[in-house]
Design a protein around this ligand. Sequence first.
Ligand code: UDP
Length: 314
Amino acid sequence: MLSQRTLVTGAAGFLGSHLCDALLAQGHSVIGMDNLSTGHLSNLDHLANEPRFTLIEQDICIPFDPGHLDYIFNFASPASPADYARLGVETLMVGSAGTINTLNLARKYAAGFLHASTSECYGDPEVHPQVETYWGHVNAIGPRSVYDEAKRFSEAAVMAYHRYYGVDTHLVRIFNTYGPRLQPHDGRVISNLIMQALAGEPLTIYGDGSQTRSFCYVSDLIEGILRLARSNEHLPVNIGNPVEWTILECAREIIDLTGTTAGICFQTLPTDDPTRRRPDITKARNLLAWEPRINLRQGLELSLDYFQSLVARP
Ligand code: UDP
């Protein structure tokens, strides 16, 4: 593949920064864009001397134009439930004005476009596992709606730019993902529980821990996304690990891995917390010949050094 000039919005975030690494490894030039509202420059420190990488600090809600682009990955958005609860209006803005501004660039430069959508489009799903054809069960006015509806608006916008303007768009519905560079204090379950275990604190389980999630290791997810970006598929594709865990089982795995003896502490379940979530990845398997290779235990082991380095930090 020819080397391309690629834009990654949300480049300083967990997934955005891993995506930048993967694109650079493939020989592309990467412009990373981030307003640093939830992203961290430390995720990009290792690229400081990389001549093919440029970072632009920019809020994509304000129209911008970094010049000719071959491809755009739109990953800018607060993404953890705690972050989008804190930044509700910003989340709605980046998923609407931000997405439209970024789509306008793709249209202007005839660039490929891949948008990071989410399993949250399915809400608290009545269809299990979730297939891409399921329209979802979303509370449009609840506390999660700032994220869910912004992402659903983005999907509508992406499909419209494809249908009306012929932009070469792709939509990935991302399920729970973990790995190095997850922010230690952004409230997500894997980072919370590992950090608590390493600090010798009880692991916080919201509700009775019977709710389920399906956890994908970050390198598996990025591989699926890159395959989708090169495909001819314009409708949404689930990328995630189809092995489903209750939150209690996940906590037990982390207890086993870290050897913590501090136990578990049960707390109130947040409003509209989905009771179950598991991707049906038949479409990704057939279309992209992709499936995850790293199981939860292996992925947690691969992440442990990173979390330990955070604890060791002065
Ligand atoms: N959760 C938990 N303890 C924590 C953080 C999260 O029990 O310290 C639960 C949360 O209620 C949810 C699941 O773990 O059911 C996954 O939460 P996360 O915030 O990682 O992402 P979500 O899948 O809800 O977007």
